[in-house]
Unconditional design. Structure first.
Length: 330
């Protein structure tokens, strides 16, 4: 029996590539940049499996071009780059990588929070530029994290891990979710549920976003929301860029409507070099690396390989976002 063909859109941990190569005839895209659209379309023409990244747009056109596709294994917990409705209708299973990146992403969220509040990058720049002439009682004053109020938007795995870290800093933690309230965690972790996003924004010293990108959460934080925040507030986004209206964010940061922002994600990635956000000192922007630890990225790769291989074997992937697609399989 010939092995099924798969296309892997970027180099991932070798352990996972070895697993895939043992189970399938694998073509691997070696470049640092994603395959251009026309190349991606060409590559899926004959494959049964695709291991995609969040930079690959897996839409109806792509699925139409790859009529043999059985499984799309997305190397991420988020899957807003995949048209799940289309995949399900066409009987294509979609896998993702939840759980293994939760703590690593929460760690990085907290790193952004600490770094923006205590102006870490400005301080580093100050030193390296030779501006450190003496100990100064008024230089680089930041905001306290301990005993401040942290507002978590969304109450999923990553939001809860961020809440856990906040407790170690004696923060007051409030959260708002339009989809999930968790009385057990409120009790166990001392979280306070607030009845609206508006309430959260008006009370929080730090606002951190942990919702998925959906049509409902697109530009969830825009000019109206910035107007509700404290002038000393700091916004952290390690979820998806388009949840925040970036133009409104720029205005809010520039005008002093809010104090600072720490971003791991931007509306367009990579952020264009002429983006006005890059001219501001009160924003830290990382290149979407919250899950980027050696161990976590290896676990994600193995999980993505397992999902891919299960789909090729007509089994339900261990982490499948649309198991109902099996009913539509040809
Ligand atoms: C995800 O998994 O969705 C992250 O954004 C990348 O790790």
């Amino acid at each position: 029996m010939p092995k099924p063909k798969v296309f892997v859109t970027r180099r991932i941990a070798q352990e996972a590539l070895d697993m895939i190569a043992a189970a399938a005839e694998m073509e691997l895209w070696h470049d640092e940049l994603p395959p251009p659209r026309d190349v991606l379309l060409d590559k899926v023409r004959n494959v049964e499996g695709l291991l995609s990244l969040l930079t690959d747009n897996v839409d109806a056109e792509l699925m139409e071009t790859g009529p043999k596709l059985k499984i799309v294994s997305n190397f991420a917990v988020g899957y807003d780059n995949v048209d799940i409705t289309q995949a399900t209708q066409r009987g294509i299973l979609v896998g993702n990588t939840p759980g293994v990146l939760t703590e690593t992403t929460a760690d990085f969220t907290f790193a952004l929070l600490l770094a923006t509040a205590r102006r870490l990058l400005e301080a580093d720049n100050y030193t390296k530029k030779g501006n450190w002439n003496t100990w100064g009682p008024m230089i680089l004053l930041g905001r306290d994290i301990h005993h401040a109020t942290l507002g978590i938007v969304g109450c999923g795995r990553i939001g809860l891990e961020v809440a856990k870290r906040a407790r170690g800093f004696d923060m007051e933690v409030i959260y708002y979710s339009s989809t999930r309230r968790s009385p057990e965690e409120e009790e166990n972790m001392g979280l306070e549920f607030v009845p609206s996003l508006a309430t959260l924004l008006s009370r929080a010293d730090f606002v951190t976003i942990h919702v998925a990108l959906t049509p409902e959460t697109h530009h969830l934080i825009s000019a109206t929301e910035f107007a509700r925040m404290k002038p000393t507030a700091i916004l952290i986004n390690a979820a998806r860029g388009p949840i925040v209206d970036q133009q409104a964010l720029y205005q809010a940061l520039k005008s002093g409507q809010i104090l600072a922002a720490g971003l791991d994600v931007t509306e367009n990635e990579p952020i264009p070099l002429d983006s006005p956000l890059l001219t501001l000192d009160n924003v830290i922007i990382a290149p979407h690396i919250a899950s980027a630890s050696v161990v976590t990225r290896t676990k994600m790769a193995v999980m993505a390989a397992e999902n891919l291989i299960a789909g090729l074997r007509d089994e339900q992937p261990p982490n499948c976002v649309n198991p109902e697609a099996a009913e539509h399989q040809r």
